[in-house]
Design a binder for this molecule. Structure first.
Ligand code: FAD
Length: 506
């Protein structure tokens, strides 16, 4: 935090970060005629948002209406109320009321198009859409972005491993970032700068008036006449902050781009008097460990079973990933856990892993005993667990964890050879056997700066800090300790960044 001094540059709005929330906030501000700058710490735009499937959970919009799926703000309200309880600070209602407006505002731009995709909500409570209500951006041909395309972070496979191709079109999260970038550029009011890291906030007479940044040419001070929007991810990449706040998992198991989200904007705001909440929370997921011990976001289990270090199952493996992650975090013997499967899946892991993993990352054994020995698991316990599970597969009923009873489980079920009446219960009885090590990964932390309905950052007494806004994983999520459905991280980041920019424009 620093006081008055000479400015190197001046804008109406400074946005830190370049994920979906940051870009939506910048586009909203620039569309309202505000001179806006996006400051991105790395050399590439998009952060974790560029890696995402880019499901966007914005209920009750024209996109769902076009798809004729019967979604509505009312059913989403019932769903959120059942999951999150009373709307104590009004953010649930602000989210619901603004979601349709955000989709309409974005789709009014010729660069932005969405379509509904089936992906079930994550909880069986009133208001749930079994087929899902989230939507995705349409792919974006790279030539529409011209030279800007190389600024968008590559897909996670390529970014992490150098394997895979970026493709002729930007897809999923890259399409979302690319489309927002195109729209932002077309406003003529915005500047996008990479390699610029926000370090401190400038506070004058109790108001945030600008930022101090590091650039390749040294430190600089940038004035923000209307306000600063911090939408620069969480602190999942900081081992020190994770330890300080007791976030289960580890920085090296997290999915954020290496070195990107280390929490400095949160620290800068705290130094300016901001309050934080939910600091031990993340959007969790199981992660198959790669050759280097990094976690690869794993979802959609369609075979095998997961055991802890005592060789016991502990959950319905088909649970939505954040719920499975929370089950893993609940006991130390569940991290690492092991996905055990058989030769039915010898060619591909019976789950989706992002990035995809080479077979060399799995352990192979001719018998369950040998597998147990290789993994260091008690052999008798593993054999008993597999035998009981195979009985469930024959009967079609998982008497222990009810796998296959929820629409979400069935959404990912395959049709494996030898499967019985329940497609989610595939026997594990054909050697050779395989196992993949599962660590506790995350898609970002979700605790951070306390904000109000307008994305204004609050101080310890609950008062807005003038000129300071936050959205996305830099802020504490309005969804608390719950991950309601696919696209809530990005959808909520977009809504609160939109509301913040609108507030700055007023
Ligand atoms: P990010 O998108 O990570 O952006 C933060 C940016 O800020 C980064 O570029 C970072 O470099 C920059 N930054 C950090 N510090 C500074 C600083 N000091 N100064 C300037 N810049 C800084 N969520 C969904 O809603 N739907 C999905 O379909 C979905 N799929 C996913 C699939 C995968 C494989 C993964 C990994 C995640 C997925 N998620 C999804 C989760 C979602 O992508 C993230 O939680 C969300 O995008 C985080 O958005 P953010 O803006 O907070 O952070």
């Amino acid at each position: 935090m620093a006081g008055t001094g000479v400015w190197d540059d001046e804008y109406d709005v400074v946005v830190a970060g370049s994920g979906a929330g940051a870009m939506t906030g910048a586009l909203t501000a620039a569309s309202h005629g505000l001179r806006t700058v996006v400051l991105e710490k790395t050399s590439l735009l998009g952060g974790t948002s560029a890696y995402a499937g880019a499901a966007v959970w914005l209920p009750g919009t024209r996109v769902q209406e076009r798809a004729g799926i019967g979604d509505s703000t009312e059913s989403a309200r019932a769903y959120l109320r059942a999951l999150l309880g009373e709307d104590a600070d009004g953010r649930q209602e602000a989210f619901l009321a603004t979601a349709p407006e955000v989709a309409e505002f974005l789709e009014r731009d010729p660069a932005i198009e969405f379509e509904w995709r089936p992906f079930p909500d994550y909880y069986a409570v009133p208001g749930r859409m079994d087929a899902g209500r989230s939507f995705v951006p349409l792919d974006l041909p790279a030539e529409r972005l011209g030279g800007l395309a190389s600024l968008v972070r590559p897909p996670v496979d390529r970014d992490r491993t150098g394997r895979g191709h970026a493709g002729a079109a930007l897809a999923q999260g890259r399409a979302l970032i690319g489309r927002l970038l195109l729209a932002l550029t077309n406003t003529g009011n915005a500047t996008v700068r990479t390699g610029v890291r926000l370090r401190h906030l400038v506070v004058e007479n109790g108001r945030v008036t600008g930022v101090e940044v590091d650039t390749a040419d040294g430190p600089a001070r940038i004035r923000a006449a209307r306000g600063v929007l911090l939408a620069a991810g969480g602190f999942e990449g900081s081992g020190a902050m994770r330890a300080e706040h007791g976030v289960p998992g580890a920085a090296e198991w997290s999915m954020a781009p290496a070195g990107a989200n280390t929490g400095d904007p949160i620290m800068a705001a705290v130094a300016a008097g901001a309050a934080t909440e939910l600091m031990d929370q993340a959007w969790w997921c199981p992660g198959v460990a790669d050759e280097n011990g990094r976690g690869c976001f794993t979802l959609g289990f369609r075979g095998g079973l997961v055991v802890d270090s005592a060789g016991r199952r502990f959950a319905n493996e088909s649970l939505p990933y954040d719920r499975m992650g929370r089950e893993m975090a609940a006991a130390p013997e569940r991290v690492p856990a092991y996905l055990v499967f058989d030769s039915r899946h010898a060619d591909a892991l019976p789950a989706i892993s992002i990035p995809s993993l080479p077979r060399s990352a799995w352990v192979e054994a001719g018998s369950l005993d040998e597998l147990a020995e290789k993994l260091g698991l008690p052999a008798a316990a593993l054999a008993a667990t597999v035998e009981r599970f195979n009985g469930f597969a024959r009967d079609g009923v998982d008497a222990d964890f009810h796998r296959g009873e929820d629409p979400y489980d069935l959404f990912f079920a395959g049709r494996s050879e030898g499967v019985g009446p329940n497609p989610c219960l595939v026997p594990v009885d054909r050697p050779p056997y395989f196992a993949a090590r599962l660590v506790l990964s995350d898609l970002g932390t979700k605790g951070g700066l306390r904000t109000d309905t307008e994305g204004r950052v609050l101080d310890g007494a609950g008062r807005p800090i003038a000129g300071l806004y936050a959205a996305g994983n830099t802020s504490a999520s309005f969804s608390g300790r719950v991950y309601p459905g696919p696209g809530v991280p990005i959808g909520s980041a977009m809504v609160f960044a939109y509301r913040a920019a609108r507030d700055m424009a007023e």
